[in-house]
Design a protein around this ligand. Structure first.
Ligand SMILES: C[S@@+](CC[C@H](N)C(=O)[O-])C[C@H]1O[C@@H](n2cnc3c(N)ncnc32)[C@H](O)[C@@H]1O
Length: 473
């Protein structure tokens, strides 16, 4: 990622106005730098923003405001761009990129925050003065036009009708690419009301969840310790109300790790599935950075089992080793598809296998504000091929009678149902679906007809994790 490039000019140079007076306040400057790095350099907001906040020495309310502006602007980019195009009278893509990013931040403040309109306009014009000095008059005029309506009125003016073009309407109104809206609607059985609730949830700030590692921490006690609340579904989950989770002693000393509750549930489901015969050899075929391996490793420790955690990317394999220190886990930095070729990955050897496959990540858009704009439908072909190959390798690795859990953090049916059905069909081994619903906590609502399970942000407060559990015959 190219996040380091944001600081090519010093903060003082960028901020100095006439007479050395700081022209732009530091949180807005930081948000601008982050949004520009994401749009210009393909940086990731969750990596670049913390670096900028550190470099600028922003903490507390200033850091929170910069974060809100950055994430909000990136999430709402589609709607903001449509509005800016209309307000500017020209395609937003034809506006000079630094001025365009400043306008996006200004429009976000006008339409989605309580910042008074005059402050949003004047601070953005100040910003434009430093990044595109010839465009201050243009920026002022565009933002005054934007400020003339609230966001609902803009959507009403610009979006197609919900009756004749529901996907187009939802895409513009809730700032998701059309192909993503279509994929969500399909995965939700065509229910556009539910699709709308999902899109709204995707634009919210996601909560931080901790996983209290079984045998090392208790969720209720950990919730008391960190001032959080025990999770609604996972017995290991703790909901944090705020603050930096990395600073918590429980995380620093390995009793807990940061992990979405949905990820906890699908990993724990593999461990909970009934199994006859030996149960000591567990395999995680796509382990980096080690969230699910951390939970499975802790469960393995309680059951005298050992987890082999495979990760193809070297730096991510190192993260897995860090995340599983002290647990009965062997980390292999290799390609999971080498089952049967790598002596450490023999065929018909493992009792329980997790394939947490690389995917589009459309189920965790809340956490990665830029990813909805970066992902393309054309990504699907290569990803689904890799998913099929990895699931095929898992089915070779598992012993007859053993279990394979196939997991994605995407609800796209091509990555979920189609991949599982195709991989099982091509595997050449007998495979049965295990009903995954009873493997999740009793009473969990909205789990559908089975045998697979799809979790949803708007139904469960989790990422949209998909789970299929297969038993090799
Ligand atoms: C969705 S992530 C896994 C997340 C992880 N299970 C966790 O809970 O932290 C998929 C991982 O698979 C890895 N990967 C991609 N292709 C692979 C392959 N052929 N063999 C093994 N790992 C692979 C990626 O580098 C990435 O770290």
């Amino acid at each position: 990622m190219a996040g380091g490039r944001w600081s090519a000019r010093s903060g003082a140079d960028r901020r100095a106005g006439r007479g050395g007076r700081p022209a732009v306040d530091r949180p807005r400057q930081a948000a601008y730098e982050a949004v520009a790095a994401v749009n210009r350099d393909d940086a990731f907001a969750n990596l670049v923003l913390p670096a900028i906040l550190r470099e600028e020495g922003l903490v507390g309310r200033d850091a929170a405001f910069a974060t809100e502006l950055t994430y909000g602007t990136l999430r709402h980019l589609g709607t903001l761009d449509a509005i800016l195009t209309a307000a500017a009278g020209r395609e937003v893509q034809r506006i000079d990129p630094p001025v365009r990013d400043a306008l996006r931040l200004g429009a976000y403040q006008l339409l989605h925050t309580r910042v008074p309109a005059h402050a949003a306009v004047s601070s953005t014009v100040d910003l434009v003065r430093t990044v595109g000095p010839g465009a201050t008059g243009f920026a002022n005029a565009v933002l005054r036009e934007v400020a003339g309506r609230d966001v609902d009125a803009w959507v009403q003016r610009l979006a197609p009708s919900m009756e004749t073009d529901p996907i187009g309407y939802l895409s513009l109104a809730y700032s998701h690419p059309q192909w993503v809206v279509r994929a969500f609607a399909e995965a939700l059985g065509g229910d556009l009301g539910e699709t709308t609730r999902l899109l709204i949830e995707d634009n919210e700030r996601p909560p931080v969840h901790l996983c209290a590692r079984p045998g090392l921490a208790d969720a209720v006690e950990l919730a008391d310790e960190v001032g959080g609340a025990p999770g609604a579904f996972s017995p290991y989950a703790v909901y944090l109300s705020g603050g930096a989770p990395g600073d918590l002693p429980a995380v620093a000393d390995g009793r807990a790790h940061v992990q979405d509750e949905g990820s906890q549930l699908v990993a724990a489901a593999l461990a909970a599935a009934p199994l006859e015969g030996p149960d000591g050899r567990w395999l995680d075929l796509c382990a980096g950075p080690g969230g699910k391996a951390g939970l499975l490793g802790a469960l393995a420790a309680q059951r005298d089992a050992r987890l082999t955690a495979v990760e193809v990317a070297e730096h991510r394999a190192r993260l897995v080793a860090q995340a599983t220190r002290g647990l009965p886990v062997t980390v292999l930095n290799t390609d999971g598809r080498t089952v049967g070729q790598d002596p450490k990955l023999p065929e018909e050897h493992f009792d329980r296998v997790l394939v947490d496959a690389p995917c589009t990540g459309l189920g965790s858009l809340r956490r990665r504000p830029e990813s909805r704009w970066r992902r393309q439908p054309s990504d699907l072909a290569a990803l689904t091929r890799l998913q099929r190959e990895l699931l095929g390798a898992a089915l070779r690795a598992v012993r007859p009678g053993g279990l394979v859990a196939y997991v994605t953090c995407s609800p796209h049916t091509v990555e979920t149902h189609v991949t599982v059905t195709e991989a099982a069909r091509r595997s050449g081994v007998p495979v049965d679906f295990v009903d995954a619903r009873p493997l999740l906590p009793a009473g969990m609502p909205g789990l559908g007809e089975g045998p697979t399970v799809q979790l949803w942000p708007h139904r469960h407060g989790t990422d949209a994790m998909f789970l299929a559990v297969l038993r090799r015959g």
